[in-house]
Each structure stands twice: as structure tokens, then as C-alpha cells.
Design a protein around this ligand. Structure first.
Ligand code: ATP
Ligand code: MG
Length: 600
């Protein structure tokens, strides 16, 4: 039997799930964790690390580590890690390759197919790039599924008997989505989606880091914004503080030895309160209200008509988020579904539907209806046209072909005419967006139809057909009515898309680097050293050993409290190494290094 897995490929964390019996279940990674950090790193020996071990290296070796690659998907940006260059698809491919490996190890057989989720508001290029990444990892990508839709599936599974309108609010690490759905008799009908592809928890982290940088500059006159290691440490501390103040009123941020000045090492130490945080991010969090209003408007619903607000994404844990939703909807949002896991679980449900798992989703005998879902195209799609008004011709106008929030799959045709005398070709420029002017919309792709019989302006007519499939991927067909000549624009040909040959090369590269990585599958997790010996098992232990040895030598020269403190740190570090706890090793190694430095 073949299993199709469901994957949430997140900005910060990724998860993989499958259907066990008739319930979706998260598959833990090699380290036994349910969330795998979406981080890729190369260690000093050039070996690849993905997930937890890569994230541990982020602070020690930021230039060898890449996080948040999802924000670059669909662009032609190259990513430098150490001395190598990758495309965003390849980096995402490594993350997916790891999830595949973890799933295969847990389930004990090969996995070839996957449903991968993307933000509902992802553009065509971003979806294509995600699909490519899946293929680079060796998956057949069964389906690209919208994240809030996946979350609704996971929620819907437990509420099959309800008839209600729900709003999914998904605020993750890098993206925000909102979807409004109608649920009845096991059918989930997406009415509207809206969002912001560039808003999430990492923007909140950045605001905190900016605040810390300013504070440090005010206190010490040193600008840390170009110090990549200090910035990485501040980002780590910012995220941790942000998490803490979701439950506490205040916390403290302490970063020893962040910079050096004439007088010696300088530390950053401050109290950080929830109130301060809310002032820093108030505008960002309140900006999520606008997509909510847009989605409600398109779904033709008032806030009072929403029965349930379902929270998804790690950032939905922020109390201010919950407060603005209570203000807006007059009721507490739902915390029933685990906000970190809902999307992957829903993707597995979709995979289960795809695999045709019979009475899947039903609760047994009397309720064998299962679950079904429809989705929408979240933005308007159209082409650039020249509009005539009186004697004036206005170019750069946008003509909509598929209206936003049409139920998908959808196919629509519009007819256009030539605009100039003797015109023999027409440029079809495809855009998405809501503006009447193409310059305010997002360009998708273009191509030229030629061989049009020349005649007077307006004498030739051309049908343009847009087909938007369930994966959210667009196909454009044209037909010159007088000659019957047809053409198909496959967005696959667009600049950011790789050719079949390039894909094959990239696929081999992902597989090769994955297989060559350290540690080998059976070895325990490699502890790492923040002193820069690299996370390869041997190298790291070597690095830690060296620092321990020099600390032991130094301790012998000391007396009193400094000696006691040094010996305590040495002992703690040795214990962490013995337990193989990479996070502790990195932290203690750093503490020890800093302390040695302070001692001079
Ligand atoms: N308790 C918490 N309080 C505040 N923020 C939190 C908390 N827990 C997690 N987060 C934030 O949630 C974000 C990660 O959420 P999640 O895993 O849902 O995102 P993602 O799926 O990786 O990103 P995206 O869906 O945008 O691609 C991070 O920015 C993290 O700091
Ligand atoms: Mg997410």
C-alpha cells in the first residue's frame, strides 16, 4: 500500500503527517520532535544539516546557515551558504528531503507522494517553486493545498455534524492568511481567502531586535546592526522573549559579551514586558484586520455571522492577536486544534481523500459521509489591455478574467480585439491583482501570439481562456477566431521556472548532498561547538575538548570564586557532552568561552 504524506512547509517550522487508520497523525523527526525547524546549514566540512542541528548552528555560524527560505520562494534570488549557491527551491528541497527521510524511517517503507501546503495568498510563481521543491526532494507532488484550507479540514474532521460559518486565522512565522468557510454535512466550502505573504512572527522578532540594537547603541554607542553574529544572537533572544511574554507579563533579555569596547566585553541586559512588545508590533498585528474585512466582504458575511474563529500558526498564541479578534467578533477564538499541527494534519486528511481511503473521516457506522472540501482562487487574474474611451487609447489597463474568490477549478474566457491597423501579433501579459492598472498588480507571465491576419484595428478577435486548477496553478489558452489558431501558455516556461534538464541536475544534487550529509542515519545526534569547529560529530567534540582543556589549565591558575565558577561551567559542559544535548553544549560552550575571555 502506498502512503501519501501531508506536509506543512513552514517559514519557521515544517511538519509531516499521515493517515493512520482514519485519523491524521504527525510523524516525529529523527530527534523525536514533531516540529522540524525549516533551517538548512553546511558545517565546516561542507556537510549538510537540516532541521534541529542546522538551527543550533544558526547563532554560532550564521553565514553557513539559512532560515526562512520560504520568503524567497518564487524569486530568482540565489542563496549563498558558505561557498555554495542554491536556489530557494533547492533549499526547500533539502527540508522536504529530510521530512521524507523521517517519514520513511518511521513508517518503514518508501514514500513517493505528498500533498504540500502553501499560504492561500501565494502567487503562481511561489506555488510552482514549492511544487518544484517537492520534486527535487523526490516526491510526486499530488497536490498543492492552501494552508488555511488544510487547517479547516483538520478542524472540520472533528465537527462533521455542524452547520456553521468558520473563519481560519493563520498567523505563522512569515505569512498571514485568513479564510472564511461554510460547513455543512461534512462539506467545507471555502467562501473567500485573503492575506499577506510577508507578515509573520519573524517581523515581530525583527521589531524587537531593532529595539535592542537602538538600546545598545544608546547605552554603549556601538551599532551592532552589521555584526552578523550579534544580530543572530539578538534574534534568538528576541524570539525567546516573545514566546515568554505570551504567558508572562515580563521577562528579561540577557546576552553576555555581545561586543567589545576599550573597557572590555559589553553585555546586553534588559527587562522586556508584554506591554513594550505590544507597542512595538501593534500596527503589524492590527494590519491583519484588513484582510479579515476583505474576506468577510467577499464571503458576504458580517462578523456576527461567524460561528467560530479558528486560530492557526504559532503567532496566533500572542495575547494581542486574541484580543483584537475578541474585539472584532465579540467572542473568544477557538483554541481546540493545535495551532502548530493543524495544517500538516489537514494536509494528511487531503492526502487520505486523494488516496481514496474509503469511509475516511467518518465516525463509524451511522456517519459514513466522510469529508469534502472546495477551495477558491484568492486573487483576481487577468490580462493587460488597451482601453479606448472616445478617441483616447489608454494602455496599461487590467482586464479581469477570473474574479477573486471564484470556486476552483475554474475556467473563464474573454474575447479581445486587435487595437491597431495592420496588427499581426498580440502580447498576452498575465497579471494578478485587484487594481484597474496593471502597474499596481503582480506580473505573472507573458507571451506573444503572432501570425494574426493583418486588417483594420478591431478586425481580429482573440479568445483568452484562463483555467485555474485545484492546485492554484494557472493555464492560459488563446484562440484567434478567424484562423482557429490555438496556443497554450504554460507558466512553466517563465523565467523563475527551471527547465526539465535543470530540474534533473538539481534533483541529483539534492539527493547527493542529502546522502553525503553527517551524521549518518544510524549515528546519534552530533553535538556541536559554538567555537567554530563545526557540528560534524568528531570535529565538534574536538572543539569542545580543546576549550575544556584550556579552561582546565586556566582554572589551576585561579582561586576563590572565579575558580569555582569556571570549574562549575567545565563540569556542566562535560555533562552536556556526555548526554549529547546539542543546545546545552552550544550554550555552555559559549558561556565558558565568554567567561574565559572576561578572565582575560
Ligand atoms: N508562544 C508563542 N508566542 C508568540 N509567538 C510564538 C509562540 N510560539 C511560536 N510563536 C511564533 O510562531 C512562529 C512560527 O509559527 P508556525 O510554526 O506556525 O510558522 P510557520 O508555519 O513556520 O510559518 P508560515 O506558516 O508563515 O510559513 C514563529 O515566529 C514563532 O516565534
Ligand atoms: Mg505555517
Amino acid at each position: 500500500m502506498s502512503t501519501i504524506v501531508g506536509i506543512d512547509l513552514g517559514t519557521t517550522n515544517s511538519l509531516v503527517a499521515y493517515i493512520k487508520g482514519d485519523r491524521p497523525e504527525i510523524i516525529p523527526n529523527e530527534q523525536g520532535k514533531r516540529l522540524t525547524p525549516s533551517v538548512v546549514a553546511l558545517d565546516k566540512t561542507g556537510k549538510l544539516h537540516v532541521g534541529e542541528t542546522a538551527k543550533n548552528q544558526l547563532i554560532a555560524m550564521p553565514e553557513r546557515t539559512i532560515a526562512e527560505v520560504k520568503r524567497l520562494m518564487g524569486t530568482s534570488r540565489k542563496i549563498r551558504i558558505a561557498d555554495r549557491e542554491y536556489t530557494p527551491q533547492e533549499v526547500s528541497g533539502f527540508i522536504l528531503r529530510k521530512l521524507k527521510d523521517d517519514a520513511e524511517r518511521t513508517l518503514g517503507h518508501k514514500i513517493e507522494e505528498a500533498v504540500i501546503t502553501v499560504p492561500a495568498y501565494f502567487t503562481d510563481a511561489q506555488r510552482q517553486a514549492t511544487k518544484d521543491a517537492g520534486e527535487l526532494a523526490g516526491f510526486k507532488v499530488e497536490r498543492i493545498l492552501n494552508e488555511p484550507t488544510a487547517a479547516a479540514l483538520a478542524y472540520g474532521l472533528d465537527h462533521l455534524d455542524k452547520e456553521q460559518y468558520i473563519l481560519v486565522y493563520d498567523l505563522g512565522g512569515g505569512t498571514f492568511d485568513v479564510s472564511v468557510l461554510e460547513m455543512f454535512e461534512g462539506v467545507l466550502d471555502v467562501k473567500a481567502s485573503a492575506g499577506n505573504n510577508a507578515l509573520g512572527g519573524s517581523d515581530f522578532d525583527r521589531r524587537i531586535v531593532d529595539f535592542l540594537v537602538k538600546q545598545f547603541e544608546r547605552d554603549h554607542g556601538i551599532d551592532l546592526s552589521r555584526d552578523i553574529r550579534a544580530m543572530a544572537r539578538m534574534k534568538g533572544a528576541a524570539e525567546q522573549a516573545k514566546h515568554e511574554i505570551s504567558t508572562l507579563d515580563t521577562t528579561s533579555i540577557l546576552l553576555p559579551f555581545l561586543a567589545t569596547a576599550g573597557a572590555g566585553p559589553l553585555s546586553l541586559e534588559c527587562e522586556f514586558s508584554r506591554e513594550q512588545f505590544e507597542l512595538l508590533v501593534d500596527d503589524l498585528i492590527r494590519s491583519t484586520l484588513e484582510p479579515i474585512e476583505k474576506a468577510l466582504h467577499d464571503a458576504k458575511l458580517a462578523p456576527e455571522q461567524i460561528h467560530e474563529v479558528v486560530l492557526v500558526g504559532g503567532s496566533s498564541r500572542i495575547p494581542l492577536v486574541q484580543r483584537i479578534l475578541v474585539e472584532k467578533f465579540g467572542k473568544e477564538p477557538k483554541r481546540g486544534v493545535n495551532p502548530d499541527e493543524a495544517i500538516a494534519l489537514g494536509a494528511a486528511v487531503q492526502a487520505g481523500i486523494k488516496a481514496g481511503a474509503g469511509s475516511f473521516g467518518s465516525k463509524g457506522g451511522e456517519d459514513a459521509r466522510g469529508i469534502m472540501i472546495t477551495d477558491v482562487c484568492p486573487y483576481t487574474l487577468g490580462v493587460e489591455v488597451v482601453a479606448t474611451s472616445g478617441f483616447q487609447k489608454m494602455s496599461g489597463m487590467f482586464s479581469a478574467i477570473i474574479q477573486r474568490n471564484s470556486t476552483i477549478p475554474v475556467s473563464r474566457t474573454e474575447t479581445y480585439s486587435t487595437t491597431a491597423d495592420g496588427q499581426s501579433h498580440v502580447d498576452i501579459k498575465v497579471y494578478q491583482g485587484e487594481s484597474r492598472l496593471v502597474k499596481n498588480n503582480t506580473f505573472i507571465d507573458q507571451y506573444t501570439i503572432d501570425g494574426i491576419p493583418q486588417g483594420g484595428a478591431g478586425s481580429e478577435r482573440i479568445n483568452v481562456t484562463f483555467t485555474y486548477d485545484v492546485n492554484g496553478i494557472l493555464q492560459v489558452r488563446t484562440k484567434v477566431l478567424s484562423t482557429g489558431k490555438e496556443a497554450t501558455l504554460t507558466i512553466e516556461r517563465s523565467a523563475e521556472r527551471m527547465s526539465e534538464a535543470e530540474r534533473k541536475v538539481a534533483r541529483d544534487r539534492v539527493e547527493k548532498e542529502w546522502t553525503l550529509r553527517l551524521p549518518p542515519p544510524s549515528a546519534p545526534m552530533a553535538p556541536m561547538s559554538a567555537t567554530g569547529s563545526g557540528p560534524g560529530a568528531g570535529a565538534a567534540e574536538g572543539g569542545v575538548k580543546a576549550i575544556v582543556a584550556s579552561a582546565e589549565r586556566r582554572a589551576k591558575e585561579l582561586t576563590g570564586e572565579p575558580r569555582a565558577k569556571l570549574e562549575d561551567l567545565i563540569l556542566q559542559l562535560k555533562r552536556a557532552v556526555a548526554r549529547g544535548e546539542a543546545m546545552d553544549i552550544v550554550r555552555l560552550d559559549e558561556e565558558l568561552t565568554n567567561f574565559l575571555f572576561e578572565l582575560g
